[in-house]
Design a binder for this molecule. Structure first.
Ligand SMILES: [Zn+2]
Length: 209
């Protein structure tokens, strides 16, 4: 089964582009982070396992990630766009062994722009609705359009947390990038532009079908 994968720093628009690409190709979209959150929220056996691992501050083992991928790929999918996978070399090798990986898009964004984008994010503390002060601002400053709740900055989006996530990202990603360059699969996409600019760049870099 054909698939594509994404690598990108927080704020690079990786999630948005993965959704656009899956809609464009009519492929299944698999977001590993969403699957973990879904399983935890619904207290499935997988969710219980993963929750305990995360609470210990450990990384979810590759075998658990593979299980999650295997359980969620539909057998009649035309192809898959992965988001949040692979994160490790073992996961990258799994992908090469089990799927026809077409390309891996590296969304290349400077830290400065990433920080600007992330610091514009707000979330409603009552209903969880997401806002962005640049692209999707609320009608009234700091107030949720939907429920009138107060808009706050997520802990994950505060400067200290951002720096920590960036450091983790580079540590995790450098070997992955090398791996995919070696396999001639990595496509570097400048991610400074608009959503449409970036998607146009992606489209011209798709494998010929
Ligand atoms: Zn709200």
């Amino acid at each position: 089964m054909n698939c594509y994968a994404f690598i990108g720093i927080q704020g690079s628009g990786k999630g948005t582009q993965a959704v656009l690409l899956s809609e464009y190709l009519n492929y299944q979209h698999i977001n590993i982070g969403d699957l973990f959150r879904y399983n935890i929220k619904n207290n499935t056996p997988m969710g219980q396992t993963v929750k305990a691992i995360i609470q210990r501050g450990e990384l979810v083992p590759d075998a658990t990630v593979f299980e999650l991928v295997r359980l969620n790929v539909s057998s009649d999918a035309l192809g898959i766009v992965f988001d949040g996978f692979p994160r490790t070399i073992a996961q990258a090798e799994y992908l090469l062994d089990h799927y026809q990986l077409q390309k891996v898009f590296y969304l290349d964004l400077s830290e400065t722009t990433a920080i600007q984008r992330i610091s514009a994010r707000r979330v409603c503390q009552s209903c969880g609705e997401n806002y962005n002060l640049n692209s999707q601002p609320p009608h009234t400053k700091d107030i949720c359009d939907k429920c009138g709740g107060l808009l706050i900055i997520r802990n994950d989006d505060k400067p200290d947390a951002i720096s920590k996530r960036f450091a983790e990202f580079y540590e995790q990603t450098s070997p992955l990038k090398e791996f995919f360059i070696k396999h001639n699969l990595l496509v570097n996409i400048k991610a400074e532009g608009t959503v449409q600019d970036i998607f146009d760049l992606l489209k011209v870099n798709l494998a010929s079908r």
